[in-house]
Design a protein. Structure first.
Length: 388
């Protein structure tokens, strides 16, 4: 008989409802729904008819003490992720948080520090794109040193088009006090995670950010960030919600080759026969002349491989849920440990801080300095309490 983890789903919006369907449809065989918690009492009717026998709670603390759940997945606005995860861990309940891990680094550090005191519990984050076999293969190539040291990485991810009506669905959406940011916090947090997961964390960032550039919102809807990795290596990250056509193109240039990813579906890997510098240093004046006249065959110095994987809808999310349960049941290594969540939050916070100050910001910036800037914007909105 297959052992199953009883999962408490916290928040029954788009994500929570999707996870509930995946579990009931058998996409996560080592998991069952133990309880559902939402602050909307009217949802009880839907829960009882759709998920008969599943406990329903409007109070999170009550659900944690009910004995109905072994673990929770937290699908609520980002500010609540750390405190709800800590509350679960305090009750010796395993925690899987939706992305991002939180809104600002100080609260995520507190979560990570507490989780470290509970090593017997599983703490994970829903970075489902890490379960995409295409990005897993790209990480293998880069981590294995096949392309040498990274010289530059560039990601244009502007497929997050959202009309004004999207932001008017909820009062907390696209506010500093309610959501904590815009495209960096909500839509592009997956790419921020993948970017650092594959290429490593940069040392510093400079940014040009548009706040309410093409949408009537207080937070960012357009971002261009330039990062430095050290030793001359750089990176650029571009994202927006106002590009109706949209582009998803990720390039990584190394000493010995290049990877170009289109639409997160296809990757072209070009491997040089030798490091680029060696090839260039061995060029003669005749070779340079052929280069100028277009007669030099650059393809003779490289070989190309196209990588493409099918990733059916839902398999990435379901895979993270199944992996989370497997770690609880038998110690299977996590695809996305919860402690990794702070990296994307640090990147986003640094981008904001760089745009607010107009200066290049190190990735080891002062947590309190960022929080002070965030609270200043929350005060200007005048709708939500300041954060600590």
């Amino acid at each position: 008989m297959v052992k199953q983890v009883r999962l408490g789903i916290v928040g029954l919006g788009a994500q929570g409802s999707m996870y509930a369907r995946m579990i009931t449809d058998g996409m996560v065989p080592n998991m069952e729904i133990g309880a559902i918690c939402t602050s909307n009492p009217a949802t009880a009717v839907v829960v009882r008819s759709t998920y008969p026998g599943v406990g329903f709670y409007v109070d999170y603390s009550t659900m944690l003490g009910s004995g109905d759940v072994d673990a929770v997945v937290i699908c609520v606005p980002p500010y609540l992720h750390p405190e709800m995860a800590i509350a679960a861990l305090e009750r010796d309940i395993h925690a899987l948080v939706e992305k991002p891990a939180g809104v600002y680094t100080k609260q995520v550090r507190e979560l990570n520090a507490y989780a470290a005191t509970k090593p017997c519990l599983t703490f994970a984050i829903m970075f489902n794109q890490r379960n995409n076999p295409l990005y897993q293969r790209i990480k293998e190539i880069i981590s294995g040193g096949e392309l040498g040291n990274i010289r530059r990485s560039d990601w244009i991810i502007t497929t997050w088009w959202r009309p004004q009506a999207y932001y008017e669905q909820s009062a907390w959406r696209a506010t500093w006090g309610g959501e904590g940011g815009g495209v960096l916090v909500n839509q592009a947090s997956h790419q921020l995670d993948l970017w650092q997961w594959i290429c490593g964390m940069p040392r510093s960032v400079y940014a040009n950010v548009g706040y309410g550039f093409q949408r009537d919102i207080a937070v960012e809807d357009d971002v261009t960030a330039v990062v430095k990795y050290g030793h001359g290596a750089t990176g650029v990250f571009v994202t927006a919600v106002h590009d109706l056509i949209g582009t998803d193109r990720f390039e990584i240039l190394g000493d010995s080759g290049k990877i170009v990813v289109d639409n997160s579906k296809t990757a072209t890997v070009i491997r040089l026969s030798r490091p680029e510098r060696e090839i260039g240093d061995d060029m003669s004046s005749d070779d340079v002349q052929r280069l100028y006249t277009g007669q030099l065959d650059r393809g003779a110095f490289s070989a190309s491989e196209v990588i493409e994987f099918d990733s059916a809808w839902g398999t990435q999310h379901a895979g993270v849920l199944q992996n989370f349960a497997a770690n609880i049941l038998d110690g299977t290594p996590l695809i996305a440990p919860g402690s990794d969540g702070i990296n994307g939050v640090r990147l986003a916070n640094a981008v904001y801080l760089a745009s607010w100050t107009g200066h290049e910001v190190p990735l080891d910036f002062d947590d309190d300095l960022y929080l002070s800037g965030l609270n200043e914007r929350i005060r200007e909105e005048g709708q939500f309490p300041e954060r600590k």
